[in-house]
Design a protein around this ligand. Sequence first.
Ligand code: TYD
Length: 234
Amino acid sequence: MSPQAMTAGAASLANGFFITFEGGEGAGKSTQIRRLAKQLEQGGWRVIVTREPGGSPGAEAVRHVLLSGAAEPFGAKTEAILFAAARADHVDTVIRPGVEAGKVVLCDRYFDSSRVYQGATGNLAPAFMQQLETVAIDGMMPDLTLILDIDPRLGLTRADQRRGSGEADRFEKETLAIHRARRNAFLEIAHDEPERCAVVDASHDVARTADRIWTVLEERLPALTRRARTRVHV
Ligand code: TYD
């Protein structure tokens, strides 16, 4: 691990913060991220909103290959390596530089999605997934991971409404049983890593979920919310 990577895990040392959002389809992650970004910006923070797979030019190119299903014929292992490759580029070019510059980086999905989609429901060996994760993140651990939890039936209905007549992506198309297994896998991660993760019930309306997220931030990252105390309704 590089000396840079060793300090990056404790992102707040550099005064920035790295927060990841996880959860199944239709949990409302991107809406919540946009709201939170506005709130933090109004409180004086510089914020980077980003997502995975993607978030940097190199990673966005890989995103297209993954979500179109073009990589599916090559198998779960190849897909997992591609997710990790995209992540490594994203960490190096966007996440770490952002946190080191004192910004708040809000990321829609990160390595927990690989653990769940490729690991738990893609049946790849935990040891293989762990190695990929280590290489991809190079020590860049989130300060906080918010797991937006929702019953997959409700989540998929929301995702359908959002998509309208557009096509479901490679991962949205899978069966309800798989979506349920993913929900359980996310909850298991939260249970195993309570210091890093917080579960937020995402079945309520946008404003209530946003309030709950803010409360979690106040509890977990007081240095972040103190500077953005004014509660604005965006
Ligand atoms: P996206 O359109 O960003 O959807 P969402 O709103 O659900 O985040 O699609 C990303 C898809 O890629 C999503 O189905 C989850 C999947 N994914 C993985 O399988 N592994 C990963 O490591 C990541 C980051 C995403």
